[in-house]
Design a protein around this ligand. Structure first.
Ligand code: URP
Ligand code: ZN
Ligand code: ZN
Length: 471
């Protein structure tokens, strides 16, 4: 049956106008005034905004690490995303096997039956040799067009600069995009050793052993390699002023480099990590200073930063005490693993459901970004960069009917009760938000209706991506 959403205010990345949206099956078929569709189910959106579903290009569901696993799987994380207005996510595949196809299949085995929104994958490259290089073009057949490399996590995820340069070259030859985790792994390794030897084991030392300049030097170094390889580059989870400066510097000199930041890096600082519950904020790269928060905001306001992601990688704060999730008790070992030694705290935090509600209030309502910029950063730009546009990230005839009816007046005292993440805390607990998703459609199906969950396991589809755009 067709659906007609009437009288909403449509917000795209560049325009705002009153419109009806006609949906046939999974797609939008018409947008305009007073659309005539007598047989369609009518949904009145008077006084509401119509946004394309959020695209979060950075999640880690069901990710084994630190002797435990991130506490949202590909169902619970998708459900939380949907409640927050996000209808597409891109998760990172571990390079656990010599065969990249086997790695991809392993991630499908975790995700396909659980997926409740649409999804895709990036491939982590944590070992690189001629055999891996030969296999990389095969990822295109799997709909995977992006590779992530690390300049940190020595001995675990990091590959050397020669390897990173070769990944960039291989990516460029195949129309792929390289994603960079930018920190200085050698400096971190030494400083962590020194801190432990000196008995500095408390939470804040996670940040103090990972200096901000490491992000700056890694971004500049790898941007230089991208320039030499004529490759495009995307810096994930940017957390520092110096990183923002290096992004600007590189872009001004014609390097095809783009940046992603995440809500946590705009609001929190190392001081949060000094609180008794500071482990809630442990993630990599870590929280920084107020000056870093402000520089990142500036990079958003002036258009230097292209994407808002989340790096959603949640753990329980107290994984010994169960929560009730969908009527059942569940507890998963989490941040308590690091009590007395910050190096044993699982790195990561919940955010996938928070992104749109928090950024609307803090960005749009507080006048730091326009509603169009909000749509661009949270939906359209990631869809374009990651080869999903215009099926995703847009409300256009032919686009997937991934639509958020957004209530700009709804006030919510936000927190763990609203966010639907499968964990026991939320970083934005008690924040007063104005503006919230009212209804969320995934390819024409209503999956969130107010506080009611109508989505289902297996309702999400894998999106085979193509080459993206450089913005
Ligand atoms: O602490 C984090 N962010 N864990 C996820 C891994 C990563 O580097 O994105
Ligand atoms: Zn990373
Ligand atoms: Zn990540």
């Amino acid at each position: 049956m067709s659906k007609l959403i009437t009288n909403g205010m449509l917000i795209s990345a560049s325009e705002t106008f009153q419109a009806d949206i006609l949906i046939e099956g999974e797609r939008i078929v018409a947008i305009g005034h007073d659309l005539h569709a007598p047989d369609a189910e009518r949904i009145d959106a008077t006084g509401k905004l119509l946004l394309p579903g959020g695209v979060d290009p950075h999640t880690h569901f069901d990710l084994p690490m630190f002797g435990t696993v991130s506490s949202d799987d590909h169902y619970t994380g998708h459900k939380a995303a949907a409640f927050g207005g996000t209808t597409t996510v891109i998760d990172f595949i571990n390079q656990d096997f010599d065969s990249l196809k086997e790695c991809v299949d392993a991630w499908h085995a975790k995700a396909d039956d659980k997926a409740a929104i649409d999804f895709s994958f990036h491939m982590n490259i944590v070992r690189f040799n001629d055999d891996v290089a030969k296999q990389i073009p095969g990822l295109l057949d799997e709909g995977i067009t992006t590779l992530k490399v690390f300049t940190a996590y020595n001995g675990v995820l990091r590959i050397d600069d020669g390897g990173i340069f070769n990944v960039l070259r291989t990516a460029a030859e195949n129309g792929m995009l390289t994603l960079l985790h930018a920190e200085n792994g050698d400096v971190i390794e030494k400083l962590v050793g020194d801190a432990l030897a000196a008995g500095h084991t408390s939470t804040e030392w996670h940040a103090l052993t990972r200096p901000s300049w490491g992000a700056g030097d890694a971004i500049l170094r790898v941007a230089g390699m991208a320039q030499a390889a004529d490759a495009s580059l995307y810096i994930v989870h940017m957390n520092t002023a110096i990183g923002a400066d290096m992004l600007k510097y590189s872009r001004e000199r014609g390097v095809k480099v783009m940046g992603e930041t995440c809500p946590q890096y705009l609001f929190f600082t190392v001081d949060n990590m000094r609180q008794p519950d500071g482990a809630k904020w442990i993630c990599s790269p870590p929280m920084r200073s107020k000056a870093d928060n402000e520089r990142l905001w500036q990079s958003i306001t002036n258009g230097e930063m292209q994407v808002m992601g989340t790096d959603h990688c949640p753990f329980f704060y107290d994984g010994t005490t169960p929560i009730i999730y969908e009527g059942k008790e569940i507890a998963i070992p989490g941040k308590e693993l690091g009590v007395g030694d910050f190096t044993k705290t699982p790195n990561g935090l919940p955010a996938v459901g928070d992104r749109l509600p928090v950024m609307w209030t803090e960005g749009v309502v507080k006048g730091r970004m326009s509603a169009n910029q909000f749509v661009a950063m949270n939906s359209t730009n990631p869809a374009k960069i990651f080869g999903m546009y215009p099926r995703k990230g847009a409300l256009l005839p032919g686009s997937d009917a991934d639509i958020v009816i957004w209530d700009p007046e709804r006030k919510v005292k936000y927190g763990v009760a609203h966010s639907h993440h499968r964990t026991d805390y939320n970083l934005f607990e008690g924040w007063e938000l104005t503006g919230y998703p009212e209804k969320v459609f995934l390819r024409g199906e209503l999956i969130v209706d107010g506080d009611e969950w109508l989505g289902k396991r297996g309702g999400g589809e894998f999106f085979k991506r193509k080459e993206g755009e450089v913005l």
